[in-house]
Write a protein of this length. Structure first.
Length: 279
């Protein structure tokens, strides 16, 4: 990586990281707006994976409409008092959106619907769970945001896996999908993520050492798998980056690949710990 590219990547990473860290301390409404924007961009990048295909076609308008509508419906109970059973309005809306395939007259409608639904799930559910993590912190009066802890562990794994791989990497981890990733880099990332878990415990003294070490043990491998999954998507679509909205980093999917796969596991562990272990 040239010096100019490294500088660009560092500057972008600094400002983007500052936005993400700041959002962890803001009211939930700001997080809902921020992640609604990010997930909309992520869905756009996902749809772009299929732009060169002659047989696959996702209706962009339907995808974005359904994604944003479902996101705001499921997020609304976090912000205002609402009857939870009202969120089932999603079901008839979902059927109305996919029935649009009757009029599109394109090949492989079943595959198109499957791709549309997976894209919405892949780009919407994790961002919703990130907001739910913020709400979980509020519900259980956790001062240090659970969301920030997750980000720190993911960034630690990403950083030290990269440098460990550069310094010691010899054995490919998954050469078919990501030739540059090595077992040495993977173990380095896991080791330093566990160390960071211990540091977070020492710095916060709020949640137990058990919580942070298990969190690190969950985050490190799931972050790696999320990175590999995104690499699989890009290799299948024959693209280098999912987008270019973040100079030096690519697109939103490139930046959040580890987060999208990690947050469901981290959220479940946090909920389980707070409800059954810390209680």
């Amino acid at each position: 990586m040239s010096l100019s590219n490294l500088a660009l990547r560092s500057i972008t990473g600094f400002f983007f990281g500052a936005v993400i860290i700041t959002s962890c301390f803001l009211p939930l409404i700001f997080q809902v707006v921020l992640y609604a924007i990010l997930m909309s961009i992520a869905l756009r990048e996902y749809i772009q994976f299929f732009k060169s295909s002659n047989s696959l076609s996702i209706d962009k308008a339907s995808a974005h409409f359904l994604q944003l509508l479902v996101f705001f419906i499921v997020s609304s109970p976090l912000l205002i008092s609402i009857q939870l059973h009202l969120i089932w309005v999603i079901v008839p809306i979902f059927f109305l959106v996919i029935i649009n395939e009757l009029w599109r007259n394109v090949e492989n409608p079943m595959v198109n619907i499957s791709l549309l639904l997976f894209g919405i799930l892949y780009t919407m559910l994790p961002f919703y769970l990130i907001i739910s993590l913020g709400n979980l912190s509020l519900d259980y009066s956790v001062v240090f945001p659970l969301t920030l802890g997750m980000y720190i562990l993911i960034w630690t794994n990403d950083t030290f896996a990269y440098f460990s791989g550069r310094l010691f990497g010899k054995q490919p981890l998954f050469s078919r999908i990501s030739p540059k990733k090595t077992w040495e880099g993977t173990f380095g990332g896991i080791l330093f993520t566990l160390i960071m878990g211990g540091i977070l415990y020492l710095l916060t003294q709020e949640l137990s050492l058990l919580f942070w070490l298990v969190s690190a043990a969950i985050v490190a491998p799931t972050a790696i798998l999320g990175d590999l999954l995104e690499s699989l998507f890009k290799r299948s679509a024959d693209v280098k980056d999912s987008g270019n909205i973040l100079p030096g980093h690519g697109g939103v999917l490139d930046r959040f690949d580890a987060v999208l796969f990690t947050v469901p596991f981290y959220y479940f562990w946090s909920l389980f710990y707070l409800q059954y272990i810390a209680a």
